[in-house]
Design a protein around this ligand. Structure first.
Ligand SMILES: Nc1nc2c(ncn2[C@@H]2O[C@H](COP(=O)(O)OP(=O)(O)OP(=O)(O)O)[C@@H](O)[C@H]2O)c(=O)[nH]1
Ligand SMILES: [Mg+2]
Length: 172
């Protein structure tokens, strides 16, 4: 929106976490973009039609324990995953690799376009970025490196990944 003057809108399906809707509504208000809340697939389809004129519609979903397949099935009860949608799975780099890999595998029922690695600044072990990309041949959309939006959201280029892994950084 800021860089490319695109018309942006939000749909949130996170009706689980307390105040999740209010939080995203506040973001929407700051950016002056519309937001629709979807509790069901019917709401979701209606919201999508309502926002069909927008260039980019960002859809948020609730964070759950995705080691449990039940929660992945629940996502499909609210979001109408279709061809034109790109789906990004956000994985925190502070997680253990084994759990990140299991969660990625759990999502095989949903077509994950790319992953986003978050919290690079909160860990000195970044090798899991390479492991995941190498093991599953999945692309990286973004890497997040702190709490400033949008400054700490970095495009997940090959160079960025290599530098993140090789750089020696300490917080002492
Ligand atoms: N230090 C740091 N904090 C981050 C980063 N990304 C997100 N956070 C913080 O982590 C917290 C949770 O971020 P959210 O964006 O709410 O995470 P979420 O995955 O949507 O959470 P749920 O919807 O509850 O699953 C917030 O306080 C963010 O500011 C990051 O790259 N570095
Ligand atoms: Mg969230």
């Amino acid at each position: 929106m800021l860089k490319h003057q695109k018309k942006v809108a939000f749909i949130t399906t996170d009706t689980f976490r307390i105040a999740a809707i209010d939080q995203l509504k506040t973001y929407a208000k700051i950016l002056n973009v519309p937001i629709e809340v979807a509790f069901s697939v019917e709401d979701f389809v209606k919201a999508k039609e309502k926002l069909s004129e927008y260039d980019v519609v960002l859809i948020d979903s609730a964070g759950r324990n995705f080691l449990n397949q039940m929660y992945i099935d629940e996502l499909k009860k609210v979001i109408d995953f279709d061809e034109e949608m790109e789906t990004y799975l956000v994985l925190s780099l502070t997680s253990k690799y084994r759990d990140m890999a299991s969660i990625y595998e759990q999502f095989s029922k949903i077509n994950i376009s790319k992953v986003i690695f978050s919290k690079k600044d909160e860990t000195l072990s970044r090798g899991s970025m390479f492991n995941l990309v190498h093991e599953y041949k999945v692309g990286v959309a973004y890497i997040t490196n702190g709490q400033s939006v949008p400054d700490d959201i970095i495009e997940g280029s090959l160079e960025e990944i290599v530098n993140s892994i090789l750089e020696v950084e300490t917080y002492e």
